[in-house]
Design a protein around this ligand. Sequence first.
Ligand SMILES: [Zn+2]
Length: 321
Amino acid sequence: MIIDPHVHVLDKGHWPKEWWDWVARDWANRVPGRKPEDIVEKAEENLLDPDGGRLISQMDSAGVDVSVILPIDWGVDYHAARTLDEINQHAEAVARLHSDRLIAFAGIDPRREGASDKLERWLSGSFKGLKLYPSTGFYPASAEAFALYEVCAARDMPVLFHTGDPLPVMDKEYARPKHFAAVTKAFPRLKIFLAHCGYGQTDEWNDALEVAAQSERACLELSVLLWDDSTEEKEVELVRKIDQARNRVGIERILFGTDHVSGKKIRPPGFLDKVVSMFRRLPDTARKAGVSITAAEHDKIMGGNVQQLINVDWSRFRQTS
Ligand SMILES: [Zn+2]
């Protein structure tokens, strides 16, 4: 079973004004004579997939059985047209609409008032984990964030963190892997997914690996380490990282992921196909690089491990591989 624990499905008003202002300025700056106000209306259309239909057909084409939708809370300093409740309800509704293909995590900024009570309610409903985006302005080891880990730990539910470089409008510092060491120290049994493994302008893979090694259950989630324009060299580099992680923390803590966004234009055409196919050929790439990834190990990376980490009845989901 191929399970992608990292996708985003957006509806209108989910991303904040501050983001659209940045997009508009960036677009206008690229070609002289363009005005920011000419783009802002149209740009959002390109991100949307209100009922998740596009995502499902892209998953069909790429051979992904199940994906986890991660709603993003941009936090207290950014201002979206939709409320946080609406954004989370959307993820839940899309997952319900495709209940044999999609799972929803909840997203909430720990600094919001009543965040743990809200999370408690969501996790006792149909949400199966928590997505956190520290780059919006909080440190993963803050007291407010710890309160949310308590909620997840009590239910043995995973927390997926963005780590490494964020979207351009945000601050890179907050989600650097080194800031997670205090989290794994305080919650060694918490199921943590370190999404992107600290990837960015400065690759902080070694720090991410170190953090995972300090925990009993933190996982290295590989989305963004391969992109649709990745060269063969990048694929080989990933195989070597997997080899290193297998020796250090074990194959059970290495997870495939894509960070796909299913809107029309936010990812290039064929993005999911290309990225997934690179992950599917990992054992071949490994062989060429003189490393071995067995079929059983590959199955674990592609979905077997996530099946152990998310508490759902997996028999209700599609399984083609
Ligand atoms: Zn993401």
